[in-house]
Ligand binder design. Structure first.
Ligand code: DOR
Length: 428
């Protein structure tokens, strides 16, 4: 029998819950087999100066396939994810056709498998076609392995439909994830409703549109007992609502994006659509409140909302350009630069908590320990690098960080025991 190759990640600091310590990590046949000092192997990855942890898990990735392959494919998005240190992503269902049937969900999963760079876990829709009128077939989607459902891009407006959705989700043991936006309050909105949008004379997206739906859904969680995850929260009021819901013991979780922690609405003053995103960039005060929520545990996860758009669409005038920005390759750097969490907290936000929320903590967000699946990221919080939109693996270039200096970068990624990123370069 052929000898099995032994990969060793050497010279790094291993981050596990309650334990951050220097150690080498040996991997054979898809599993961590040894964690200790002075290990050697057939393929040695240098981790000097790096942290070694379970791979990151993105709760919020738009891969665009099927339907918008000119912006991203499952393969190009997977490559961007692997470069960012991710070993699993939740693929948002606002594809065309939408991920509201077993057929589409299985297509997405299979394309993910073919790319072979990260695990691609398709989210299902809450409503058929994300149209907000009829519930998607949860039972068959859950039976096909879907663990998280969302109409992301749209909030579910109808409170009765949302109540029923939560009741079904509770009984099936799956989680609903809400994009909180009362659409009547955001019609025509281009950016945050505040001083900057008034000066520019464009319609604004008020904080209330997010907070109203969040408040309604927290009350529906209280009524139904179903768990619920809140996507891309952006306002100080939202952080406070989640903080109170958690204090009441409700089963809610919340994510924030790197861009809402780092960028504010005044960037829109130059009319550049690269800064247009939904929910919009908010005020410095909102950013501080989000950071406080990250620090005190109100916010469970950092999720990218990686939203590639082809140049011909994104480079339209501000009012016509679609919202969204790239995030997978820059998330770690933006988080470290803007917040600098301690390594253990960083792993909670980027790996351990999102794996649990996505229902994939059997293979992801695991301790780096013998017998565990080898889904691992090796990252350097001191590396300073300059983002270039031309150097990203994504098929689109709509990064708001072009030309910006970030601190913190992923160096190697191991997915399912295979080195898929080595020294910041992805496998072809
Ligand atoms: O900015 C955004 N872009 N927010 C969303 O909720 C959807 C996303 C997209 O699909 O482009």
């Amino acid at each position: 029998m052929a000898q099995k190759k032994r990969i060793v990640v050497k010279g790094g600091t291993v981050v596990n819950p309650g334990a951050v310590a220097p150690a080498d990590v040996a991997i054979v046949d898809g599993l961590v087999v040894e964690v200790g000092q002075g290990l050697d192997g057939d393929d040695v990855l240098d981790a000097t100066g790096c942290h070694v942890s379970s791979g990151f898990v993105d709760l919020h990735t738009h891969l665009r396939e099927p339907g918008k392959e000119e912006a991203e494919t499952i393969e190009t998005g997977s490559r961007a994810a692997a470069l960012g240190g991710y070993t699993a992503v939740v693929a948002m269902p606002n594809t065309d056709p939408a991920q509201d049937s077993v057929m589409v969900v299985e297509f997405v999963r299979e394309q993910g498998r073919r790319a072979g760079l990260v695990d691609v876990h398709p989210a299902g829709c809450i409503t058929v076609g994300r149209a907000g009128t009829a519930l998607a077939p949860y039972a068959s989607l859950a039976a096909a392995g879907v663990r998280i459902f969302t109409d992301d891009g749209n909030g579910v407006q109808d409170p009765l439909l949302m109540r029923r959705a939560l009741e079904y989700a509770r009984d099936l043991g799956v989680t609903l994830a809400q994009h909180c936006e009362v659409s009547r309050l955001t019609e025509g909105a281009v950016m945050h409703e505040g001083s900057c949008c008034s000066a520019m004379g464009v319609p604004g997206w008020p904080a209330l549109a997010e907070e109203l739906m969040l408040h309604r859904d927290i009350e529906l969680v209280r009524l139904t007992g179903a768990p619920m995850h809140f996507l891309h929260l952006s306002t100080a009021g939202s952080v406070e609502l989640v903080r109170r819901a958690k204090a009441d013991g409700l089963p809610v979780t919340a994510e924030v994006t790197p861009h809402h922690l780092a960028l504010d609405h005044e960037l829109l003053a130059g009319w550049d659509p690269v800064f247009k995103v939904n929910p919009p960039l908010r005020t410095r005060g909102d950013i501080e409140a989000l950071k406080q929520g990250v620090a005190d545990g109100t916010i469970d996860a950092v999720a990218t909302d990686h939203a590639p758009h082809a140049a011909h669409a994104k480079e339209l005038p501000l009012d016509q350009a679609p919202p969204g920005m790239l995030g997978l390759e820059t998330a770690l750097g933006v988080l470290v630069t803007a917040v600098a969490p301690a390594p253990e907290r960083l792993c909670e936000l980027m790996s351990w908590n999102p794996a649990r929320i996505a229902g994939i903590d059997d293979r992801h967000g695991r301790p780096v320990a013998p017998g565990e699946p080898a889904n691992i990221a090796v990252w350097d919080t001191s590396e300073v690098w300059t983002v270039s939109r031309h150097a990203l693996a994504s098929r689109s270039t709509n990064t708001p960080y072009h030309g910006m200096e970030l601190r913190g970068r992923n160096r190697h990624t191991i997915h399912d025991g295979r080195v898929v990123v080595r020294d910041r370069k992805a496998l072809a």
